[in-house]
Ligand binder design. Structure first.
Ligand code: FAD
Ligand code: NAI
Length: 465
C-alpha cells in the first residue's frame, strides 16, 4: 500500500538487469514503483550494448566461421560463405529492439512507471529526473557501469573503439589490436577474428582471463592460439595515435624493457568497467563511494543512507547481468519486508567464446588456500556427444573438499559450458558433494555427462577415461 506522503514507495534509478528486475519485483509485491532511465530504451548495458548484442554477433560469426573453416564440410556440408556484415548487424539490432521493447511491455504489464531522463538526488527521498522532482520512500541505485578509459588512448568509436564501438564496426578490420585479454577482449576479439581479422590481444598480466581458474586460463589461451588469436602477454599499452584511419599502438613489457609499435586498422579498449555514479548527486545525500568508485552496501543491499539501497555493477562484486538481476529481486523483497538473499559465493561466470568457458565457486588456487582438496577432471574429448559433434576441446573440473566431499568449485571449457554450469551452481546451492553429482542420473548423450564424470573422478571412479 502506497505511503501517501511520497509519490512512490520505490524509485529505481537505472533500468538495466538490476534496476528493471528490482522495479518489476517491487511492483509485483504491491509497491507503487517508478524506474528512471537516461537511455532512450530500457534494459541497460546488458540489452542495449552488452550481453545481447555481443551474443548476436558471437552466434552469427560462429556460423560464418563454421562454414569458412571447414567445420561444416567435416559433417558433409559444403558451402562457400559470403559475409553480409550489414545483415549481420541488422539481426543484432533487431534482437536488441525486440528485447528492450519486451521490458517496456513488462513495465506496462506490472504498472511500473518509466521516468525518462537522468536522475540526480536532491535529498535522500527526492530525485530530479528530466527536470521533474519525484519523491519516494525507498530509492534503489542501479546505475550500472561504463568502460574504464585508458590514459593516453582516446576512443573515437571509429578506429579506436570500446565494446560499444566494437559491436558496430562497419567493416572487418584487417588487423585488430585488443587492449585487455579479459572477457570483452576475448569475446569481441573472437567475433572479428572469425569474420576475417587478424587479432592481437595485448594483456598486461602474464595470462588471459584474470579471476578464472589457472588451468582453465592456460587451456583457453592454448585453444584460442590454435584458432589463430595472437597474444602479447605481460605487455602494456602506453599510447595509441591515429593517422589516416590507421592506429599505431605503443607497447612495452609490463615489467619494463624496450618498447615497440604495433600497426592496426582498429583498436579495442577493453581493460575493465567502472561504476556509474557521476552526476547522481551522491554528495546531496552524504553517500560516499569506496576507492574503486563502488557504493558499499550491507547484506540486504542497504547503503549507509536510510531509505537508499544499491545493487548491480555499481556495488562490489562481479559485474554480471545475472548477479545484478538476483540482487534486483532481493532488494525489492527486502524493501517489502521479506528476506531477499543473494549467495555471492555461487555466481556462475561464462565467457561466450567457442568453446565457452564457465566456472562457479572457488578456483583450484583459491580452494587450496582454504584447505585440503580433491580434484576430478574429465576431458571433453572423452564425452561422446562432444566427440560426435566435432567439439573435442576442453575439460570439466570438479573441486571438492577432501574431508567433507562438498563441492567448492566447478570449471569447464566446452562448446556449451555456459549451459552446463547451471547444474553445478544448483548443486552447490544445495550444498552437494561430488558424490551427489556423480550419482545423479544424467541424460545420454549430453555434454553434461562430462560434469558427472568429472565428479566421479574426484574419487577416482570415472568410467570413460
Ligand atoms: P546497467 O546494465 O549498466 O544499467 C544501468 C542503467 O542505468 C543504464 O541503462 C544507464 O543508462 C542508467 N543510468 C545510469 N545513471 C543514471 C542516472 N543518473 N539516471 C538515470 N539512469 C541512469 N554480463 C553477463 O552476465 N553476461 C554477458 O554475456 C555479458 N556480456 C557483456 C558484454 C559487454 C560488451 C558488456 C559491456 C557487458 C556485458 N555484461 C555481461 C555485463 C552486464 O552488461 C552488466 O553486468 C549488467 O548490465 C549490469 O547491470 P546493472 O543493472 O547493474 O547496470
Ligand atoms: P576484464 O576485467 O574482464 O578484463 C580486463 C583485462 O584488461 C584484464 O585482463 C586486465 O589485466 C587487462 N588490462 C588492464 N589494464 C591494461 C593495460 N593497460 N594494458 C593491457 N591490459 C590491461 O574487463 P573487460 O573485458 O573490459 O570486461 C568488463 C566486465 O564486463 C567484465 O569483468 C565482466 O564483468 C563484464 N562482461 C561480462 C561478460 C560475460 O559475462 N560473458 C562479457 C563481457 C563483459
Amino acid at each position: 500500500m502506497a505511503d501517501q506522503s511520497f509519490d512512490y514507495d520505490v524509485l529505481v534509478i537505472g533500468a538495466g538487469p538490476g534496476g528493471y528486475v528490482a522495479a518489476i519485483r517491487a511492483a509485483q509485491l504491491g509497491l507503487k514503483t517508478a524506474c528512471a532511465e537516461s537511455r532512450e530504451t530500457l534494459g541497460g548495458t546488458c540489452l542495449n550494448v552488452g550481453c545481447i548484442p555481443s551474443k548476436a554477433m558471437l552466434h552469427a560469426s560462429e556460423y560464418f566461421d563454421a562454414a569458412k573453416n571447414g567445420s561444416l564440410a567435416k559433417m558433409g556440408i559444403k558451402v562457400t560463405p559470403e559475409l553480409d556484415l550489414d545483415a549481420m548487424h541488422g539481426q543484432r539490432r533487431d534482437a536488441v529492439k525486440q528485447l528492450t521493447g519486451g521490458i517496456e511491455f513488462l513495465f506496462k504489464k506490472n504498472k511500473v512507471t518509466w521516468l525518462k531522463g537522468q536522475a540526480s538526488f536532491t535529498d535522500s527521498h527526492t530525485v530530479s529526473v528530466g527536470g521533474q522532482s519525484v519523491t519516494a520512500k525507498n530509492i534503489v541505485i542501479a546505475t550500472g557501469s561504463s568502460v574504464t578509459p585508458l590514459p593516453g588512448v582516446e576512443v573515437d568509436q571509429k578506429v579506436v573503439v570500446d565494446s560499444t564501438g566494437a559491436l558496430e564496426l562497419a567493416q572487418v578490420p584487417e588487423h585488430l589490436v585488443v587492449i585487455g585479454g579479459g572477457v570483452i577482449g576475448l569475446e569481441l576479439g573472437s567475433v572479428w577474428r572469425r569474420l576475417g581479422s587478424r587479432v592481437t590481444v595485448v594483456e598486461y598480466l602474464d595470462q588471459i582471463l584474470p579471476g578464472f581458474d589457472g588451468e582453465v586460463r592456460k587451456e583457453a589461451n592454448k585453444i584460442f592460439k590454435k584458432q589463430g588469436m595472437e597474444y602479447r602477454l605481460g605487455t602494456k599499452v602506453t599510447g595509441v595515435t591515429v593517422q589516416g584511419g590507421k592506429a599505431s599502438v605503443a607497447v612495452e613489457p609490463a615489467k619494463g624493457g624496450e618498447g615497440e609499435t604495433l600497426q592496426a586498422d582498429a583498436v579495442l579498449v577493453s581493460i575493465g568497467r567502472r561504476p556509474n555514479t557521476d552526476g547522481l548527486g551522491l554528495d546531496a545525500i552524504g553517500l560516499q563511494v569506496n576507492q574503486r568508485g563502488q557504493i558499499e552496501v550491507d547484506h540486504d543491499f542497504r547503503t549507509s543512507v536510510p531509505g537508499v539501497w544499491a545493487i548491480g555493477d555499481c556495488v562490489p562484486g562481479l559485474m554480471l547481468a545475472h548477479k545484478a538481476e538476483d540482487e534486483g529481486i532481493a532488494v525489492a523483497e527486502n524493501i517489502a519486508g521479506q528476506h531477499g538473499i543473494v549467495n555471492h559465493d555461487v555466481i556462475p561466470s561464462v565467457v561466450y567464446t567457442l568453446p565457452e568457458i564457465a566456472g562457479v565457486g572457488l578456483t583450484e588456487e583459491a580452494a587450496k588456500q582454504k584447505g585440503e582438496i580433491k580434484v576430478g577432471k574429465f576431458p571433453m574429448l572423452a564425452n561422446s556427444r562432444a566427440k560426435t559433434n566435432h567439439e573435442p576441446d576442453g575439460f570439466v573440473k570438479v573441486i571438492a573438499d577432501a574431508k567433507t566431499d562438498r563441492v567448492l568449485g566447478v570449471w569447464a571449457i566446452a562448446s556449451v559450458a555456459g549451459t552446463m554450469i547451471a547444474q553445478a551452481a544448483q548443486a552447490m546451492e544445495f550444498g552437494a558433494t561430488s558424490e551427489d553429482i556423480a550419482y545423479t542420473c544424467h541424460a545420454h548423450p549430453t555434454h553434461s555427462e562430462a560434469i558427472k564424470e568429472a565428479a566421479m573422478s574426484v574419487r577416482g571412479k570415472a568410467i570413460h577415461v
